[in-house]
Design a protein around this ligand. Structure first.
Ligand code: BV8
Ligand code: ZN
Length: 246
């Protein structure tokens, strides 16, 4: 794979590199994406599942769907793309990994500085008293209740819910302050996360999209690298290490 001279030059001189990842980064680990053929939203509409009203209307149904996804995520492992991003954290002086993914695979691959915009499926909390419940038995198909009587829900951001304030503020700062911004494996259709590459562009970062196909922002970025993120990130990290003789 040949990378543009421009990208290598920018990366060699970059102090701050920021990355936004989406479900496509976990696809090579076997985690289904949302909007690809065969993706999650092909079987269900997001409104039916990933929102608070759906949960309150049928807690057991929504809860069992998250238990099913936890099962998948427990049985997959990080792929070479996750490991390459964990490597990049050691290469650049200031590297910020911002993810929309809730699968915890970046941390499992060794990334330490991970900003989760949409929460983490391994965490749960009581909707009444917000007590944490993080070691849930996966076989528990019926929704659980807290001792205060509140229902226990996954700690993920549903449609119509605000993103964690600090995470979003930090992510916006990372987009504003970086010299290179990668948007990787995301259809860039969910807001406000999808604004981050555009904010980076507005603040003169060199914005690079890595995706297997065009997205809603492909025309707005500086460079599109078409292909599977696992392979591309592995090769790119190897080249950067050589160029920076790290
Ligand atoms: C908000 C967590 C403020 C749960 C998710 C009406 C009312 C309220 C809000 C809205 C509204 N209309 C619009 C909105 C905003 C809404 C939104 O953006 N809707 C979209 C659909 C139009 N956003 C929200 O509601 C957000 N909150 O705005 O609050 C507010 C509050 C009240 C009222 C108004 C405003 C909350 C958004 C977060 C929702 N939660 N997930 C769960 O996962 O169960 S969203 C879900 O989509 C995931 O988090 C996912 O990460 C995210 C984005 O999807 P992608 O990651 O991009 O995945 P996708 O499948 O789409 O794409 C995969 C890509 O990978 C593809 O491009 C594919 O080509 C590529 N790919 C595949 N394989 C590979 C690859 N690339 C590289 N290599 C490969 N191998
Ligand atoms: Zn409670």
């Amino acid at each position: 794979m040949v990378f543009s001279e421009e990208l290598i030059k920018k990366l060699k001189s970059a102090k701050t590199v920021s990355v936004l990842t989406g479900a496509g980064v976990s696809a090579e680990s076997g985690v289904p994406t949302f909007r690809d053929p065969g993706g999650i939203w092909e079987k269900f509409r997001p409104e039916q599942l990933a929102n608070f009203e759906a949960f309150m209307a049928d807690p057991d149904f929504v809860w069992s769907w998250y238990q099913h996804r936890r099962e998948i995520m427990r049985n997959v492992t990080p792929n070479q793309g996750h490991y390459a991003l964990a490597e990049m954290e050691k290469i650049f002086p200031d590297f910020n990994l911002i993810t929309q993914n809730i699968d915890n695979l970046h941390r499992r691959a060794g990334s330490r500085k991970v900003t989760e915009l949409h929460g983490n499926i391994e965490r749960n909390y009581c909707i009444k008293c917000r007590k944490d419940f993080n070691d849930i038995d996966l076989t528990q198909k019926k929704v659980l209740k807290c001792e205060c009587g509140g229902l226990i829900r996954p700690d993920v951001v549903w449609f119509g819910e605000m993103l964690p304030y600090n995470a979003l503020k930090f992510a916006e700062e990372c987009a504003r302050s970086c010299q290179v911004f990668f948007t990787i494996g995301t259809s860039a259709e969910v807001y406000p996360a999808a604004l981050l590459p555009l904010i980076a562009k507005q603040y003169d970062a060199y914005v690079v999209e890595i995706n297997t196909r065009p997205t809603a922002i492909s025309m707005d970025v500086d460079e599109v690298i078409e292909g599977k993120s696992g392979e591309i990130l592995k090769e790119l990290t190897d080249i950067i290490k050589k160029e920076l003789n790290k």
